[in-house]
Design a protein around this ligand. Structure first.
Ligand code: F3S
Length: 405
């Protein structure tokens, strides 16, 4: 047994498409066989990772080596956020040796022909797969969004593997690529919760990850009016507190819109969450001994243009308090749009800093702040342990009201 190769894949393995493609196909074949796959699927897009904070020197050397061997992506391959803000790192006090390594990674990704979006929301910057399409994305919130909200198919592709998929256009067919692995196993009812805010969807995501682990959940009770941002936060948080790569929402997400996500089976477990449960989980996301908030950080996953409009409306005419800061993470393209729309002027006047195409979790923390505030449950999950800070969890408006006059 093992993976049965097509003629084109045999050719790649023999080096017909160059040395880098041959190496990449060899890696994928070994991984695929270890994972029990029977064949490869062709993918239409890849999300790679070249952030030095996770790849370190070994990952840098791997990407540079593939580039030196003549490797070129054969499908659009975007990039997850970088470990430095490319335009602000010097002024913000990032270490030069560290920044140089990230710049080398950027150069290696460019040489391989990657699409340098540097974002965990590739679907917001031009990479929108179709329903049912096979892709290979890397970052957990993007994976959840693609599987759940779009109905595309991807596993959480490890960084070293993703570049091999980008060079070959192939990925082992296993787990999320197989129809039978996408059915819901457990059910969560949302009842008596009132109107759900984006902060609520963040919080429900944390509850989901803790409850489900890697099981696939179908929600009942999330309204059809839920925003794409709400679903983005739900999936991001669930992937941070558990291993959720796919969830369904009855009447909302594509695999539960007209079809039964349980495929005729009874849920193995069913729970009901009310406003009280959500509030308890929300309170638990603030750490135990927060001091006065010094820095508000939002944009995890990267803020959309709709969120930047809301933030500008909240910040207009106000100023950051002395000794405090407000950072927003968003893709370059969304920042550029905000510039054209005049939103960036509002942020400059009020003192809000836009950090394009970076992420605080995978960056060193260049400022010595002790208490942060965020509207993102994923940031709330990771920042206290990653950067040894206290954290206050609240809405976008709470963040603005806390650090601005
Ligand atoms: Fe994106 Fe970083 Fe959050 S990659 S989802 S901003 S932890």
């Amino acid at each position: 047994m093992g993976i049965k190769l097509t003629q084109a894949e045999e050719d790649m393995l023999r080096g017909k498409n160059g040395e880098a493609c041959k190496v990449a196909m060899g890696v994928l074949l070994r991984l695929g066989n270890a994972l029990g796959a029977q064949e490869f699927v062709r993918v239409s897009s890849v999300q790679c990772m070249a952030h030095y904070g996770s790849l370190h020197d070994a990952g840098l050397e791997w990407l540079e080596k593939l580039g030196d061997m003549g490797g070129r992506c054969c499908v659009p391959a975007t990039q997850d956020p970088a470990s430095i803000p490319f335009e602000d790192w010097e002024e913000m006090g990032f270490d030069k040796v560290y920044a140089d390594k990230q710049q080398r990674l950027a150069a290696a990704a460019k040489k391989l022909g990657e699409v340098l979006t540097w974002s965990c929301t590739p679907y917001a910057v031009g990479q929108v797969p179709r329903f049912g399409q096979n892709i290979a994305w890397a970052e957990s919130s993007a994976v959840s969004y693609a599987n759940s909200v779009i109905g595309a198919r991807t596993n959480r592709t490890p960084a070293g593997m993703a570049v091999c998929v980008a060079l070959t256009g192939r990925v082992p067919k296993e787990r999320m690529y197989l129809d039978e692995n996408r059915a819901a196993a457990v059910k969560v009812n949302i009842r008596d919760a009132g109107e759900l805010t984006e902060l609520d969807y963040n919080t429900i995501g944390i509850m989901l990850g803790k409850f489900a682990g890697t099981r696939i959940v179908a929600f009942d009770g999330i309204p059809e009016s839920v925003s794409n941002e709400g679903l983005k936060y739900l999936g991001a948080a669930a992937a941070s507190s558990g291993g959720v790569a796919l969830y369904h929402v009855l009447g909302v997400t594509p695999e539960a819109f007209r079809e039964d996500p349980f495929r005729g089976q009874k849920p193995a477990e069913e729970v009901t969450w009310t406003r009280r449960d959500i509030q308890t989980a929300q309170d638990a996301l603030t750490t135990q001994n927060p001091g006065e908030v010094e820095l508000a950080v939002v944009g995890c996953p990267h803020y959309s243009i709709g969120e930047l409009i809301k933030l500008a409306d909240l910040a207009r005419g106000r100023k950051i308090k002395k000794g405090k800061e407000f950072w927003v993470y968003t893709p370059f393209e969304t920042r550029n749009l905000a510039e054209r729309m005049g939103l960036a002027d509002v942020f400059r006047e009020s003192g809000v800093r836009i950090l394009a195409s970076n992420c605080l979790v995978i960056s060193p923390f260049p400022r010595k702040y002790k208490t942060l505030m965020t509207d993102s449950a994923k940031f709330a999950s990771y920042l206290p342990s990653e950067h040894h800070v206290e954290l206050v969890y609240g809405s976008m408006a709470d963040c603005v009201n806390t650090v601005m006059n």
